[in-house]
Design a protein around this ligand. Structure first.
Ligand code: HEM
Length: 408
């Protein structure tokens, strides 16, 4: 089946109205893969089932990331600046594994213990700010979810505190270029300007860490070696970019959506308050529920079969994590938010070759916020309608207004 109505799956304006099109995903999971078209964008096969997504993600020789991980305009233009950056998420074996190894040791659970203090301090200070009033109103997206990963990542990457607002602005312009409130335009010149600003921000840090290495992530990236030689400048810069941006936008959207889910479900929040040992399992359910990375693209390296359909060489496949995480053949009652869900084999962090390098980092960051909130918030409710970001790649909420009362 080919349908030219691909905007139903990916139009940012549609996501701004209510998030991912779950009803359509549910319909699509009943049939084998389907092909879609959007005017001026390359046609693509929609992969909506958990099993197909996992199978494709473990065959990087047949399903390439190198040609790009987001859908491209049909008449693709090189974007000055970004096109020259070499990014791990955009590489295929064998190069991919070598580049991944530069930073992956820094992200193991054991190595991450070195950031625990910074993570806890960030969570505490953000909830302290809420607790400055015994009760009141707050926007959990802008006052908690956005600030927390921003602060931790900025610390790990050596970005000075006074530059945090700048880096938030750059991240929004990259991931939500169409959003009138937080984006900065989606034309090639907008992206070229953005690349230049990232360069100006990160280059002095890279130079500093080369001269004065420490044990932070900034130093690991600045001094990364591949095949016994230093990484090239575009690889180094690309690494900064992917770690910062992949880490910030995703974690903040998971937190904003997860907090909303808890605010709207007092029974789940109460359960968590009574038994904080459920925090790790609540984090997993939040990841499944929010699926901040809505999709990733792959390109068939040859004619290859997926669920009985032959995908011709060169065709694009879009892996919809948001859909796979609601797959009724894997998750019981997939549209129920259940902090005790077990097992919870969600694919919010992807699967296989490119499995998220920052998964433990994100889990720790999210758990720290939940630990503070369940200890200190007595009750909360929505104080207005949450608002979605106008974006369909990394997706989530930009405003979650609440009325809250802190515990005595
Ligand atoms: C809730 C938070 C997060 C979500 C949902 C998420 C999701 C993902 C997904 C789905 C992929 C797989 C891409 C693919 O298969 O093509 C990925 C890869 C990646 N993520 Fe995350 N991520 C999160 C947080 C982070 C954080 C905190 C960092 C770093 C600080 C990070 C760094 C990366 C990197 C470097 C890759 C590329 C890995 C590779 O290509 O081998 N992510 N992430």
């Amino acid at each position: 089946m080919t349908t030219n109505d691909g905007l139903r799956l990916l139009d940012p304006a549609l996501y701004a109205q209510g998030g991912p099109p779950h009803e359509l995903f549910t319909e699509l999971r009943k049939q084998p893969v389907s092909k879609w078209e959007i005017q001026d964008v390359e046609p693509f096969w929609a992969i909506t089932r958990h099993a197909d997504l996992r199978a494709i993600s473990t065959r990087p020789d047949q399903f390439l990331s190198g040609p790009g991980i987001t859908l491209a305009p049909a008449n693709r233009q090189e974007i000055p600046g970004f096109s020259q950056m070499r990014v791990v998420i955009n590489m295929d074996p064998p190069e991919h594994r070598k580049v991944r190894k530069v930073a992956s040791p820094w992200f193991t659970p054991r190595a991450l213990a070195r950031i625990d203090a910074a993570v806890e301090e960030s969570a505490r200070s953000l909830v302290d700010a809420l607790a400055a009033n015994a009760s009141g109103e707050a926007d959990l997206a802008t006052e908690v979810a956005i600030k927390h990963p921003l602060r931790i990542l900025a610390t790990a990457l050596g970005v000075p505190r006074e530059q945090e607002a700048k880096i938030l602005e750059l991240s929004n312009r990259l991931f939500a270029p169409d959003d009138e409130e937080i984006g900065g335009g989606n034309q090639p010149e907008d992206f070229a300007q953005l690349a230049q600003e990232f360069l100006e921000l990160f280059l002095p840090i890279i130079q500093d860490r080369r001269a004065h290495p420490t044990d932070d992530l900034a130093s690991v990236l600045a001094n990364g070696q591949i095949d016994g030689g230093p990484m090239g400048p575009m690889e180094t810069l690309g690494y900064y970019l992917i770690v910062f941006n992949a880490g910030h936008d995703t974690t903040k959207n998971a937190l904003a959506g997860g907090l909303r889910a808890l605010v709207e479900r007092p029974d789940q929040f109460e359960k968590l308050r009574r038994d904080p040992s459920l925090v790790p399992s609540a984090v997993e359910e939040i990841l499944r529920w929010t699926s901040p990375v809505n999709y990733m693209k792959r390109t068939a390296s040859r004619d290859v079969e997926v669920a009985g359909t032959t995908i011709p060489e060169g065709d694009a496949l879009v892996l919809f994590y948001a859909s796979a995480n609601r797959d009724e053949s894997v998750f019981e009652d997939p549209f129920t938010f259940d902090i005790e869900r077990k097992p919870n084999p969600h694919v919010a962090f992807g699967h296989g070759e490119h499995f998220c390098m920052g998964a433990h980092f994100a889990r720790r960051s999210m758990a720290a916020i939940l630990n503070e909130l369940v200890r200190r918030v007595d009750a909360w409710e929505l104080a207005g309608d949450p608002e979605w970001i106008q974006a369909s790649f990394v997706v989530g909420l930009k405003h979650v207004p609440v009325r809250y009362r802190m515990a005595a």
